[in-house]
Write a protein that binds this ligand. Structure first.
Ligand code: HEC
Ligand code: HEC
Length: 435
């Protein structure tokens, strides 16, 4: 920095894009392709990238390729909830709108849950002109303090959600699930881990009362789920088409009907942006893009404290769920096939206790189960994203809070953390920061 101060301003400005300051974080680290894409693949990757970043417009528009937003929707673009392909966060209080998260809705039904008859399975806060947005979800935080064995007090906050401005009548008894947009890099590799691996992991005996099981989509015999925070989607294309449909109301070959319930007449009568609005080519391009986003490389900042943190991670039993290594199978492309990866997840559902429960079943997942969050790259998220909230609803403001919310099958791991001295805890956190 010192040498730069002597440069004239123009030279300084010119230098900025050329030489990245080694002290700053590369905010595009989650937007890079896996190495080795050929020219045709790179073209698809770039088209997919544009689609991911594209703000969709209301139909009919002069740009027929990107119209069809809504009638009811949450945000204009995928990137809005997956900023820099990284993690979103929760609002600070009721006055702030949800920027990077959504609320799932359902009502009780025999055998589990079904979408709300009027509002559907997700609150769409926005509507195009003439179609009222469904309403607003406000978050208020309640706090409590947790005392660690060495006397340290940690403030923990959990959200209370309240619905206002409901445009289609009262919600009535409803089950809700607050979910923050998770990072999207490395997902093609997770897609390529064979179902048989997940089933074997689920069947393996584990200490500490850790179990783990797969979600099954639509029925107990359905395909194995792995995407979504409750492993509630079985393949990446389905997850992405579902996001277009649920979050932006863009129809596609996999979701050909507009996202309007029978009670929402104006929604059903609004003009569409083509049938479907997203073509098969566009869906394959954006799926190719997401599938071939490289997982964040491990930073080169290992030191003795980080190595000791890695040892605590396994001694505490964190790695029973946050599995350090997995191997992919055949995969959707040669770039994804037969790779050793370090995602720090087993992709399985675990009972995480009453405090993290959303009490809303999702396919075969219960209200207490969540998919083990992948931890690769987690140390970089806070630098990539303006506002990061960890755990499904963004309640944890840092890693320590995230760990202290672990319960259920993760209770033993959490207790070991809470009983450890400060140096041990700091080393574990240093390890997470180095992932
Ligand atoms: C309103 C915010 C929002 C928007 C807009 C949004 N997402 Fe998401 N995304 C989420 C949330 C929340 C989840 C977790 C969903 C769940 O648990 O079911 C998610 C999950 C995902 C996942 C799975 C991640 C994983 O780890 O399993 C992918 C892939 C994804 N979104 C892609 C997209 C694409 C592509 C778009 C644009 C069409 C999009 N998202 C738009 C909030 C959003
Ligand atoms: C029984 C399985 C299990 C064990 C053991 C476990 N975790 Fe987790 N972990 C999860 C699940 C499931 C989630 C996601 C919970 C949610 O979203 O509410 C999670 C989330 C996290 C997160 C937040 C990630 C994010 O992106 O929001 C961190 C950090 C974390 N775990 C660290 C740890 C550490 C450190 C340990 C050991 C002290 C540990 N975990 C032990 C299952 C486990």
């Amino acid at each position: 920095m010192k040498a730069r101060h002597r440069l004239p301003l123009l030279a300084l400005l010119a230098a900025v894009p050329l030489f990245a300051d080694p002290g700053t974080v590369d905010r595009d680290i989650l937007s890079r392709p896996l190495p080795g894409l050929d020219e045709t693949e790179m073209a698809s990757f770039l088209r997919g990238r544009s689609l991911f970043r594209q703000s969709w417009v209301i139909a009919p528009a002069s740009d027929r390729e990107f119209d069809g937003l809504g009638p009811l929707y949450n945000r204009l673009a995928c990137i809005s909830c997956h900023p820099k392909n990284g993690r979103g966060g929760a609002p600070e209080g009721p006055a702030q709108r949800m920027q990077t998260m959504l609320v799932r809705l359902s009502v009780k039904a025999p055998g589990g849950a079904r979408p709300h008859p009027v509002y559907g399975d997700q609150l769409n806060e926005e509507g195009i002109p003439g179609v009222p947005g469904e309403g607003r979800a406000e978050i208020r935080w309640q706090t409590r303090h947790e005392k660690l064995a060495d006397g340290t007090l940690v403030e923990l906050r959990s959200p209370l959600v309240r619905f206002t401005e409901l445009a289609y009548g009262p919600l009535g008894p409803v089950m809700t699930s607050l979910r923050v947009g998770p990072p999207v890099a490395g997902l093609g590799l997770l897609d390529a881990v064979p179902d048989s691996t997940l089933l074997a992991l689920a069947a393996a005996a584990k200490p500490d009362g850790v179990r783990g099981r797969v979600n099954r989509i639509n029925s107990p015999q359905g395909p194995v789920g792995r995407f979504g925070l409750k492993a509630n989607a079985h393949d990446l294309e389905f997850q992405i088409a579902g996001a277009f449909h649920g979050d932006m109301s863009i129809t596609s070959p996999r979701f050909p009907e507009e996202n309007c319930t029978p009670a929402q007449r104006a929604c059903r009568q609004a003009p569409d942006g083509g049938r479907p609005e997203l073509s098969m080519q566009q869906l394959s391009d954006i799926t190719f893009y997401v599938a071939h986003l490289a997982p964040p490389p491990r930073p080169d900042n290992r030191n003795p404290a980080v190595d000791r943190g890695a040892a605590h991670f396994s001694a505490f039993g964190c790695q029973l769920c946050h599995l350090p290594s997995l191997r992919t199978g055949p995969g959707a492309s040669r770039h994804l096939a037969e790779r050793e990866i370090a995602p720090y997840t087993d992709l399985l559902l675990h009972d995480m206790g009453a405090e993290l429960a959303d009490h809303r079943p999702d396919h075969q997942a219960t209200g207490r189960e969540w998919r083990t969050a992948p931890l690769w790259g987690i140390g970089r998220l806070a630098a990539i994203n303006e506002k990061v909230g960890y755990l499904h609803d963004g309640r944890a403001r840092n890693f320590e809070e995230a760990i202290l919310w672990h319960g259920g099958e993760a209770l033993a791991a959490r207790q070991r953390y809470a009983a450890a001295d400060r140096q041990t805890r700091d080393e574990l956190i240093a390890f997470l920061n180095a992932l």
